[in-house]
Design a protein around this ligand. Sequence first.
Ligand code: GLY
Length: 393
Amino acid sequence: MRNATLSHSDPTPVAAIANNRQEVLERCVERVRSTSRIFGLRNPQIGNAEYGWEYCQPFDWVISFYAGQLWLAYQFNGDQGLANLARARQADLNILLSNLAAQDHDLGFIFSLNCVADWKFTGSHTARLMALRAAEALRARFKPNGGYIQAWNPRGTADAARSTFVAGRIIADTMQNLALLYWANDETGISDFKTIADAHAETTHNYLVREDGTSFHTFVFDPTTGAPLRGETHQGYAHDSCWSRGQAWLVHGFAQCYRTTGNPVYLETARKIAARAEELLGDDRVPLWDFRIPPHEPQYLDSSAGAILSAGLFILADATIGEERTHWRAFAERLLDGLIDTCDLTLTEGAQGLLDNGAAHVRRGSVRNMLPYGDYYFMEALMRSLGHSRFCW
Ligand code: GLY
């Protein structure tokens, strides 16, 4: 296993570090360009031991993270071929729009990363209309009793356990999906999109974020009455632990919600969760998969949590001023440089991804993998660190 207690490295001159990030980003863009020839229209799902990929089945929640990387690479170098490859993937998204049973809260990720990006970066009206249809479908998942967007779906009527498990359940990850609703509100002026996104963010703030700034991964409401029942984990170590990627989704999500709406509650929430993450990280530079993993349990890293958290902290830094801004930026850079120093695969010959040591789902044995979302947020964090400001969110 890689070193799980990586700590601050010796100081390096600021310009040298920035140059290094620029070089890493250039290598990421080159890796995306070169792998696009291998992938065709397949989308990476999870890395294998040889640093190749297993690919997504239709409608996988991660289906658009490679398209997101193609759009970032296009932003970086203007290569029309990369934009074309991202757009070609929209045919599958059109099929998803017609398949209600396959739609869940991840419509936000799936359509923001490809169709909203296409609209914002190239003005594609087709992509805009697809993203608006997805936003309508996401809005329809809102449960007024309880005030939340349900995360997951039952799998048919035969699986009673699954139906019970998903009913009334919210998850931290959904905060990232709200960007699609806020975007749809901006585009159309239809206030429902924002009202529902705000209601879900408030519910998340009230029930997923604990008083001490840690978070539950999921929270369950009575599906009929909307009464709050209990916090639980799904991918973390324990119900009362703090799953690192969930904490990272919340920092990025609340910081992004504040940037979009200016609601000070979102800023306060992002600050509180980020401060707690910083405390729990201690001297490490790459998070363990759960911030409260006991010492006798497997100490796997989750590079994706580090990448998402870093990107979110750059948004938080940009939302603040003075010493506070400097503080969040330094924390974001510490995480980013930790990833560069220990998990970066862009100098590894033959690797088809960008970051090693992601932990998709530890209890299912998915550890030490390349992950397409880790790769996407690594590029987003690198670009934010270098002053880029146009993203799909
Ligand atoms: N959104 C699912 C995950 O973070 O694994």
